[in-house]
Ligand binder design. Structure first.
Ligand SMILES: Cc1cc2nc3c(=O)[nH]c(=O)nc-3n(C[C@H](O)[C@H](O)[C@H](O)COP(=O)(O)OP(=O)(O)OC[C@H]3O[C@@H](n4cnc5c(N)ncnc54)[C@H](O)[C@@H]3O)c2cc1C
Length: 326
């Protein structure tokens, strides 16, 4: 079967790219190894820029959407309140909504092999197009086939995470972040969702954890203790102790080559999460749009208008960048 473009991965990067391609008349196929809606490990914190980039009206969004006016940052026993409105969604709902809204053909398929010749790309011997977009996260087959050799990712930019999202009648409606607790080269989070859901998680730079002889699971156990002690979660029957899951992804800075021939990589396939708060949804969406623009208009695919950092305060940006990556 032949298309104008094939997008591998239907997360925010792939869905955003597909939406723009379809909107402009390109016959677009999205292949994803998961059947949507699917679980995606993520705190589900989105910025006002994400809402703008998607032209999203929160009032029309059909799922859980929460706005917190205040973020509470805990650093070595000190507490800072940041008045900087942000939002939370559940990725299970948000990603499915994004992909459905894109209007592309979606096929449930785990991509194994991509071949190329003068006419374009063939995926697993079945689907053909002159353009291919890699949007399949850290282990994206487009990255592995065309980019890994020319531009391997930098190990010092790899973050390890552990998290759990579950129904819970939270009492504190603010988002809380704990930085560097017990020497964690990263931070832990408590992100309430609308209508009784909660996401708790922890992330740290893999190479630094290793150098300290630590692992993310030990930090998770400590973090759960903190949440219980401070009364953020109560009761012993919560699934936090035995059901967390892990995922690893890359922060911005390691990969410069994002287009080879007519193959593009976007989102986590590049490693675009911000270097201070490890936020990747916004960069994924924007890179998906930029890849689509390049396909549609023949423009240069550049990531120049993607933020490398989340914080608007320069000292915070510099400190976190140094503590995580430097
Ligand atoms: C624990 C955790 C918490 C996070 N919290 C936040 C946060 O609060 N805010 C934020 O902005 N960012 C956060 N991030 C980062 C954010 O989740 C990612 O940067 C973002 O999901 C990247 O989007 P993507 O579309 O590139 O990749 P993904 O969302 O990972 O989508 C990739 C898709 O590709 C599919 N796929 C993979 N391999 C194949 C294959 N071989 N064939 C076909 N399909 C395939 C997958 O099934 C998936 O649907 C967090 C990450 C983690 C791990």
């Amino acid at each position: 079967m032949e298309y104008d473009a094939i997008v591998i991965g239907g997360g925010p990067a792939g869905a955003a790219c597909a939406a723009r391609l379809v909107e402009n008349g390109a016959r677009t196929l999205v292949l994803d190894r998961e059947d949507f809606p699917r679980l995606k490990l993520c705190a589900g914190w989105i910025t006002p820029e994400v809402v703008d980039d998607l032209d999203m009206n929160p009032d029309d969004y059909p799922h859980r959407f929460n706005t917190f006016d205040e973020i509470v940052a805990h650093v070595k026993g000190l507490t800072f309140k940041l008045r900087n409105p942000q939002h939370s969604i559940r990725r299970y709902e948000f990603d499915n909504w994004l992909l459905q809204s894109a209007g592309a053909e979606v096929i449930h398929h785990n991509v194994k092999e991509i071949q190329t010749d003068d006419t374009g790309y063939t995926v697993d011997g079945n689907w053909k197009a002159p353009y291919i977009v890699g949007a399949a996260g850290t282990r994206c087959p487009v990255y592995r086939t065309f980019f890994r050799q020319v531009n391997p990712r930098a190990k010092e930019l790899q973050a390890a995470t552990f998290e759990h999202e579950f129904p819970y009648e939270w009492k504190d409606e603010r988002c809380h972040l704990w930085f560097f607790d017990k020497g964690l080269p990263g931070y832990a989070w408590y992100v309430p969702k609308a209508d009784g859901y909660l996401n708790c998680g922890i992330g740290g730079m893999s190479i630094k954890l290793k150098a300290k002889g630590q692992d993310i699971k030990t930090h998770w156990a400590h973090f759960i203790g903190v949440l219980r002690k401070k009364g953020f979660i109560t009761g012993d029957d919560l699934p936090l102790d035995h059901e967390p899951k892990g995922y690893s992804y890359f922060l911005r800075g390691g990969v410069d080559t994002v287009r080879v021939g007519n193959a593009f990589i976007t989102g986590d396939a590049v490693g675009l999460a911000t270097r201070d708060l490890c936020e990747g949804i916004g960069p994924a969406i924007r890179s998906g749009h930029r890849a689509a623009d390049a396909i549609l208009n023949g423009s240069i695919y550049t990531l120049d208008d993607l933020q490398t950092h989340s914080s608007s305060y320069a000292p915070v940006r510099k400190l976190l960048d140094f503590m995580f990556v430097g």
